[in-house]
Design a protein around this ligand. Sequence first.
Ligand SMILES: [Zn+2]
Length: 466
Amino acid sequence: MSGPPPAREEVLIRAAWVLTVGPEGDVPDGAVHVRDGEIVAVGPYPDLRAALPDVPVTGDGTGLLIPGFVNAHTHLSEALATGMGSELTLFEWGERLVGPLGSVLTEEDAREGTRLRAVEMLLSGVTTVNDMFVHCNAEEYASLGVVAGLESAGMRGVVSFGAEDVAAPGQPAWADVTRIMAEQDALAAAADAAELVVYRYGVGTLLGQSDELLEAGVDACRRHGWAVHTHLAEVREELVAAAQRWGRRTIPHALRLGLFERPLIAGHGVWVTEPDIEILASHDVAIAHNPVANMILGSGVCPVPRLRKAGIAVGIGTDGAASNDGQDMLQAVKMAALLQKVHTLDPSVIDAPDVLRMATLDGARALGLDHLVGSVEPGKRADLVLLQDSVCVSVLHDPCGQLVYGASPRAVREVWVDGRKLVDDHACTVIDEREQIEVCRPLTRRIAEASGLASTGFSRLGGTAK
Ligand SMILES: [Zn+2]
């Protein structure tokens, strides 16, 4: 049965290796002392046990304990829309799939879809998610459902509304700037009222916004001090279209608009030039790398080593469930390594500790949350993942290599967020997975029919033959 997030516990969590991604490095036969939602100490298990004989212990001393993953970029608006249109390019996919989907999404879809994907994320070790909800339903402030969904799941999150207002030729815009900014204000207020959720100003894409909305957004970010979540340089077509519209690429145009005056995280950064990299590196701009989505849509390969060398924080994201086609972070972590190796024909171009760091501390830095999470360090919040009980983490010649290249969600035994145990014995404690699937089944069917995705044959939910 689904229930409220559990109370915070005082506990010693024990594993064969604690990969701290912090100053303590990798601790063999290690443990972490958690109290009041905070990491109090990390060190060898025998020492901590001797000092704390009365504190309950969890974990049997095998496997791995790591900082929770930061899913640096996703779209929970796609929570109920997996597995369609994987043969389309990004622009076609946006027009034929994401657009129709976004026109029918409701606050209920957002809340229940978030809860469904929260289960999948938690069971692949995600404790923090950076979401951009994309919709164009004039009737509802649908994006607010994400806050309710994350809160009920107990996850840490960053929410944004990836608004766009450029209509197809001959069509009216779905909303004016006032309507869109009103939803931004409402989402910011909902996030402010939540315990573990913060808000960022969302710009779906620069090309998807009118110049009026782009300027209103920069103005609002200056007034409110909002940070920003957007997409930049995802596909080559974006650069051509931007040059036609503004006479420059999207990154110099974002700079000119003032979008980089506030901290900004952008999905992708695939098609960046050296001058673009200089602009990103000299401002507080981070990149969320989404290897699985880039491969599915045939978008290109993000120059991750070059960006990191320039000092840019590069996190790892799953991207939305419609361009992945799931929210399995362990898969994204593995693909982040493999894609660079095959692209450069150099297996040493990136190593497992680099990839783990990207998926944890660098993702937290990219979101301005590294003072709270991203590494196992005393004083940080207790967002932790214990991997045990599976063949994939039972023989640990090289614990970090085994995690990045060999671990699957089957090994995720416990997940802690802010000191609350959200996964116990490989199952979500807060949301009943089977129950949530049944809640989402009719919502998914309604979305497929109302959006036209069923009648156009993208969705075969009704059993349509091909
Ligand atoms: Zn995206």
